[in-house]
Ligand binder design. Structure first.
Ligand code: DGL
Length: 274
């Protein structure tokens, strides 16, 4: 059992975006080790079909299992929307996604049940947030909107750029007209645009970051399953390991810029072999 407790958490995403989820896990459960995989060769996931996302996600789970992970977090909203159920059915270790924790928080916290969801075309097209929110809160009104330009803008490093501000205004116009009281940032990259979104939506709208809620859910899950790491040894040289399917150095530099720890290496693997 103690070996299981010390095993890492597997976290995966289509690329760098899931680092926003890894960052929350590092902050909220710092004693846990993490093996992160970013599918940088095959991103974006947001515009791909369900079958492709399931195939990719299965390969990644197989890879993470070779690293002896004790649980897996599907950090990508699109993969959570399309593949989580399948992965859970096939797995004997716990697997959680980012959608349910975010949806649950919005359903609980929204004052009037007027909830907006922004995400990739895949996530929005699946209506998974809407369906889950309405199952928890049948009176809720959910407005969904795909914001496909946000991901490349973040990856270009234009988080605080006037161009991003203009694009965000255009996307969020409808949310303001519909007077949403709560907005879910339903894509890994969007928490990095939080201050722009905040400026446009105003102070009163509740912004839900699924990454934050997912880390809380993970913490509870580890406790419930009795597999939480009870204080990883501070001598552990490498509590966080990063793997990608392409562009390891570009990934490493981005990771280093947004994570609270120094990232000295990311390794490239052949994900198609899994
Ligand atoms: N990680 C994806 C998501 O959260 C966004 C990037 C992509 O489309 O691959 O949906």
């Amino acid at each position: 059992m103690s070996m299981l407790r010390e095993a890492p958490i597997g976290v995966f995403d289509s690329g760098i975006g899931g680092l926003t989820v890894a960052r929350e896990i590092m902050r909220q459960i710092p004693q846990e080790r993490i093996v992160y995989f970013g599918d940088t060769a095959r991103l974006p996931y947001g515009s791909k079909s369900r079958n492709t996302i399931i195939r990719y996600s299965r390969q990644i789970v197989r890879f993470l299992r070779t690293r002896q992970v004790k649980a897996i977090v599907v950090a990508c909203n699109t993969a959570s929307a399309y593949a989580l159920d399948t992965l859970q059915q096939e797995s004997d270790i716990p697997i959680i996604g980012v959608v349910k924790p975010g949806a649950r928080m919005a359903a609980e916290e929204s004052p009037g049940g007027n909830i907006g969801v922004i995400g990739t075309a895949g996530t929005v097209g699946s209506h998974i947030y809407r369906d889950y929110i309405c199952s928890l809160r049948p009176d809720a009104q959910v407005f969904e909107k795909a914001c496909p330009l946000f991901v490349p803008l973040v990856e270009e490093g234009w988080r605080k750029d006037p161009v991003t501000e203009t694009v965000a205004r255009r996307y969020l116009e409808e949310m303001i007209e519909r007077k949403v009281d709560t907005l879910i940032l339903g894509c890994t990259h969007y928490p990095l645009l939080r201050s722009t979104v905040r400026g446009i939506m105003g102070e009163k709208v509740i912004l839900v970051n699924p990454a934050y809620e997912t880390a809380i859910e993970l913490k509870e899950l580890l406790k419930r399953e009795n597999i939480e790491n009870q204080g990883h040894n501070k001598t552990d040289e490498n509590p966080y390991e990063f793997f990608v399917s392409d562009e390891a150095e570009r990934f490493r530099a981005f990771a280093d810029s947004i994570l609270p720890v120094d990232i000295t290496a990311a390794r490239q693997i052949q994900i198609e072999e899994y």
